[in-house]
Design a protein around this ligand. Structure first.
Ligand code: HEC
Ligand code: HEC
Length: 209
């Protein structure tokens, strides 16, 4: 105490500034994110589109190792639920087991926190962090689908009317969004947005960062 008093008197504001800098981890995290954002960005379109957001987050969600961010898995098999089988190709399975389900739900998928998450891993908790998927149909109808606590979203024709393809889609969270640039002829989002990515998709559908 006495020592720091003396130091304060002799070195003055410079000493205080030094002490504060110890807690100023903001400086060092700034360096880290700058380094990460200059790294390879294979999904440059997505990265650019999230604009300032990607700068502050600092990491490309498709450059991280495969993981189940939530640490929780869907364990209830084919129990009928909008929370079922996050990550899996919803319509592919529904078409095999229950064509009526495809007719009522012609579009469905899952949003994850990172780009390479395994099947049945619970995705982004949209109940905790309000997020939606915005679909624009061929007849220019804009439909917002809430992301549920499994990360899943579902288009229900009984609520939103018939669905005309091709569609475009983007994920919206607050004032941030992550668009898909190519129009699609199927609503089976996870059939392309697999853990590794299929048909040119970079991996999972990821929340805007
Ligand atoms: C037939 C394959 C296919 C289907 C089905 C599909 N996508 Fe995509 N998606 C792609 C491809 C390819 C890209 C990368 C090029 C682009 O952005 O268009 C992409 C990119 C995206 C991106 C941006 C990726 C990034 O860089 O962050 C989002 C978000 C997205 N898709 C959401 C969806 C949603 C939501 C659905 C369902 C309504 C869907 N996708 C269905 C193929 C598909
Ligand atoms: C491995 C097969 C399989 C996969 C994958 C699957 N489902 Fe299902 N789903 C089913 C079956 C089977 C039913 C019908 C169950 C019944 O009638 O008891 C069903 C029914 C549903 C229903 C209908 C509920 C109702 O009220 O009629 C919804 C919604 C649903 N699934 C959402 C999804 C979503 C979203 C995904 C993808 C993230 C998905 N499912 C993936 C097998 C699957």
């Amino acid at each position: 105490m006495l020592l720091s008093r003396i130091a304060l008197i002799t070195v003055g504001t410079l000493f205080i500034g030094c002490g504060d800098a110890g807690g100023g981890s903001g400086d060092s995290s700034g360096d880290t994110s700058a380094g990460a954002s200059t790294g390879d960005t294979p999904t440059s379109s997505g990265g650019e589109s999230s604009g300032g957001g990607s700068g502050s987050a600092g990491t490309d969600p498709f450059m991280v190792d495969p993981m189940c961010s939530s640490g929780k898995m869907w364990t209830q098999g084919n129990v009928e639920s909008p929370h079922m089988h996050p990550g899996m190709a919803c319509l592919t399975c529904h078409a095999q087991v229950e064509p009526d389900v495809v007719a009522e739900f012609p579009l469905a998928g899952t949003v994850f926190p990172t780009g390479h998450e395994p099947d049945d891993c619970l995705g982004l908790d949209g109940a905790a962090v309000p997020t939606h998927v915005e679909i624009t149909t061929a007849d220019a109808k804009v439909v917002k689908l809430a992301v549920n606590s499994s990360g899943n979203f579902v288009y229900d024709v009984n609520e939103s009317g018939a669905l005309m393809f091709p569609i475009t889609a983007k994920v919206v969270k607050g004032d941030k969004e992550r668009p898909m640039y190519s129009p699609q002829m199927t609503g089976d989002c996870n059939s392309c947005h697999t853990e590794d990515g299929a048909n040119g998709a970079p991996g999972r559908i990821v929340e805007p960062l």
